[in-house]
Design a protein around this ligand. Structure first.
Ligand code: CP
Ligand code: NVA
Length: 302
């Protein structure tokens, strides 16, 4: 492992790292000790957050560290000062710098400075912290995930990419159902197909993706920063609501999952989101356990 292990994407962990994070996340808090004692963890947010901020702050605290939350405009990545100056300064205060950014390239530049560990708290490209919680929730539900089937209905966005990666790396099959123009490219499908033994497939038909699936996931049709395109996007995704009829095609023991915030009546109907097979609140709470596992892994707890 490098001197400053980082996680910009789930694939940065590799299969063994992912297994280690899941194992650490499932252990009782007290088992991990206080590996961040005396250390700071910077949490920089260019976009709003409920789950990510709270789960990260609590995870840092549980490991004995001190989280420092900063709004993006206070740091001003490439506006108030260059990304490289920001990370070199923060590295003097913090063992880990975690950031939610519009431009994934800013995270890559932080990592390239090689002065501290960098963690992606959501970018335009991916949302690996969410995917760690997703795999934790599915593991709690199903145990061994090998051969289980994940269906993704909607936008092939940051959350979808990280979920596809973590699911394939966990031995699951992944079926994407996305409208044209909001789907994964052939090159992306080829890349994903190399991540695990499971199969990756894509179509524009939600019903065939959900049929027999064990976990049905979706997300908002309008991600943060896409608000100007909301009307166009809602029209494009009109046939992609996960409602009771669609969800009934899934396996008998299937669960519904959503990273939240959710928009009832758009990407998911209220009866599914709030129904007995929904695991969205467990999933949200698993953000904290996953964050604790990831932070402990990055500072060398095994
Ligand atoms: N799922 C998620 O990342 O939620 P927040 O935007 O509230 O952090
Ligand atoms: N895809 C959403 C996820 C929010 C947690 C967004 O980027 O806004």
């Amino acid at each position: 492992m490098s001197e400053h292990p980082s996680m910009l994407d789930i694939t940065d962990l590799g299969p063994e790292g992912l297994a280690s994070v899941v194992d650490l996340a499932l252990r009782p808090v007290g088992d991990l000790g206080r590996p961040l004692e005396g250390d700071g963890v910077a949490l920089v947010f260019e976009k709003p957050s409920n789950r990510t901020r709270h789960s990260m702050e609590m995870a840092v605290s549980q490991l004995g560290g001190h989280p420092v939350y900063t709004r993006g405009e206070e740091v001003g990545l490439d506006s108030r000062e260059p990304v490289e100056d920001v990370i070199r300064v923060l590295a003097g205060y913090h063992r880990i710098v975690a950031a939610r950014v519009f431009d994934h390239g800013h995270l890559k530049r932080m990592r390239a400075a090689a002065v501290t560990s960098v963690v992606n708290l959501l970018s335009d490209h991916s949302h690996p912290m969410q995917a760690l919680a997703d795999v934790l929730t599915m593991t709690r539900e199903f145990g061994d995930l090998t051969g289980r089937v994940v269906a993704w209905v909607g936008d092939y966005n940051n959350v979808a990419r990280s979920l596809a990666e973590v699911s394939l790396m966990s031995g699951m099959d992944v079926r994407l159902a996305c409208p044209a123009g909001y789907d994964a490219s052939d090159a992306e499908l080829d890349r994903l197909s190399l991540l695990g033994a499971g199969a990756i497939s894509q179509s524009d038909a939600a019903a065939s993706a959900v049929e027999g699936a064990h976990a049905v996931h979706t997300d908002t049709w309008v991600s943060m920063g896409q608000e100007d395109d909301a009307a166009t996007r809602r029209a494009a995704f009109a046939d992609y609501t996960v409602d009771a009829e669609l969800f009934s095609l899934a396996a008998d023991d299937a669960v519904f999952m959503h990273c939240m915030p959710a928009y009832r009546g758009l990407e998911v109907s209220a009866d599914v989101f709030d129904g007995p097979r929904s695991r969205v609140i467990t999933q949200a709470h698993d953000r904290m356990h996953a964050a604790r596992g990831l932070l402990a892994h990055l500072v060398g707890v095994r």
